[in-house]
Ligand binder design. Structure first.
Ligand SMILES: Cc1cc2nc3c(=O)[nH]c(=O)nc-3n(C[C@H](O)[C@H](O)[C@H](O)COP(=O)(O)OP(=O)(O)OC[C@H]3O[C@@H](n4cnc5c(N)ncnc54)[C@H](O)[C@@H]3O)c2cc1C
Length: 366
């Protein structure tokens, strides 16, 4: 068995696919390692022991005016399919919808709206957890708080989330998305701090003369670009139905599958950098990272002010999520060298006060 990272392989002794909480609890008692869709990249969902596939725990249990209760194996696509017909949506969505609720709550779940609403883990109202004692325990800010704090961002080490109640907010019908080119990381981060938008994200991209940065600022129900964009800034503006915007990665994913890039190894590394030192660190890191070191379809993500606010995922002040999402494409830097570069990146970032994301970047036993 492998994960999206493709760097670690383990053959589980047994795979269980519980359909009800009691079966999940029995497996958790035997030390089962939960696995959503296996989109983690450091072997965190793999085991040589009992692997617990959460795909049988994917039901929508209840939906109300401001919340939904779902099985942890449901994907964010499943959640949206249930909420959008009622004009509702979770406040924070991941860039890619085919991740599971249990998987991203266990990582944290950062999205373009995290500068407003925190992580997805911040928006889980309560959770049912199959503990290592074989019990099903409900936890929330008011109930069994230590367990609630341990499992959100805990990467499955403190039990198996079987069900989650998630906060919902009114969904916009359409969005206005603006892309603006920036000269430097400092300019991009400055704009992410000052533009008033519902969704903010950033990337560094190779350009003819070195590199450029790109800000994406999105206003829900917007008719004009978000306030705070510099006057005269040349923006690429697009008006999209919210459902299409939420599923914006789908065409790229389909192309990556056709190109074979989706199945290659993905040595990814991400960290929450301390805001005041982020721009210089990003420039320094990218000076040492050529296009060959990212692969044919590699990406560089930069997202300011994604405050995790979950104890298991302690971020520095004014955090900036910086991600080197590498693909080991044929003819590019080999995966082993990419992994070495990630080791150096995480060591330097940590020395600066950064916190790796996810909190368990690589499962040592793989
Ligand atoms: C294309 C792509 C896009 C991504 N986009 C984002 C993004 O926008 N924002 C973001 O924050 N992350 C993103 N990620 C990373 C994502 O958060 C992690 O990959 C996470 O692993 C979710 O994937 P999954 O549901 O397949 O979980 P898995 O990879 O299967 O599991 C992740 C971890 O959680 C544990 N786990 C899984 N289910 C449960 C459960 N029910 N209870 C307890 N522990 C459990 C596993 O043991 C493992 O340690 C992306 C990853 C990919 C590949």
């Amino acid at each position: 068995m492998r994960d999206f990272g493709g760097l670690a392989r383990r053959t589980p002794r047994e795979v269980v696919r519980p359909a009800i909480d009691r079966e999940a609890a029995a497996a958790a008692r035997r030390g089962a390692v939960p696995r959503g869709r296996g989109h983690s990249t450091g072997g965190q969902s793999l085991t040589g022991g009992v692997s617990l596939d959460t795909g049988g725990l994917a039901a929508v249990h209840a939906i109300g005016a401001d919340r939904i209760s779902v099985g942890a194996g449901a994907t964010w696509r499943d959640v949206l399919a249930a909420t959008l017909p009622r004009g509702l949506a979770p406040p924070v969505l991941t860039d890619y919808l085919d991740l599971t609720v249990g998987g991203t709550l266990s990582a944290g779940g950062v999205g373009g709206a995290s500068h407003v609403h925190g992580t997805q883990a911040c928006n889980a109202l309560d959770l049912d957890v199959a503990t290592r004692d074989g019990e099903i325990v409900r936890c929330s800010p008011a109930l069994n708080r230590p367990l609630y704090d341990a499992v959100r961002g805990g990467m499955g080490r403190h039990g198996v989330i079987t069900r989650a109640t998630l906060r919902l907010v009114p969904a916009p019908r359409h969005v206005l998305s603006c892309k603006v080119s920036c000269e430097s990381a400092a300019e991009l981060l400055g704009l992410q701090g000052s533009v008033r938008a519902d969704h903010l994200s950033g990337q560094a991209k190779a350009a003819e003369a070195g590199r450029r940065y790109e800000l994406r600022a999105v206003l829900y129900e917007g008719e004009a670009p978000p306030p705070g964009l510099p006057a005269g800034a040349e923006a690429e503006v697009e008006r999209l139905p919210f459902a299409e915007f939420a599923d914006r990665m789908r065409p790229d994913v389909e192309e990556l599958i056709v190109l074979g890039e989706w199945d290659r190894a993905h040595p990814w590394a991400m960290a929450f950098l301390p805001g005041p030192r982020a721009a210089a660190f990003i420039e320094r890191t990218l000076d040492a990272t050529g296009p060959a070191d990212l692969g044919l379809s590699g990406l560089v993500l930069i997202k300011a002010l994604a405050v995790p606010r979950t104890p298991a995922l302690r971020a520095p002040a004014d955090p900036v999520l910086f991600g080197l999402l590498r693909t080991a494409s044929p003819g590019y830097t080999p995966a082993a060298d990419m992994l070495d570069a990630n080791g150096r990146f995480l060591a330097e970032a940590t020395a600066l006060g950064a916190v790796p994301y996810p909190a368990v970047p690589y499962r040592a036993s793989c």
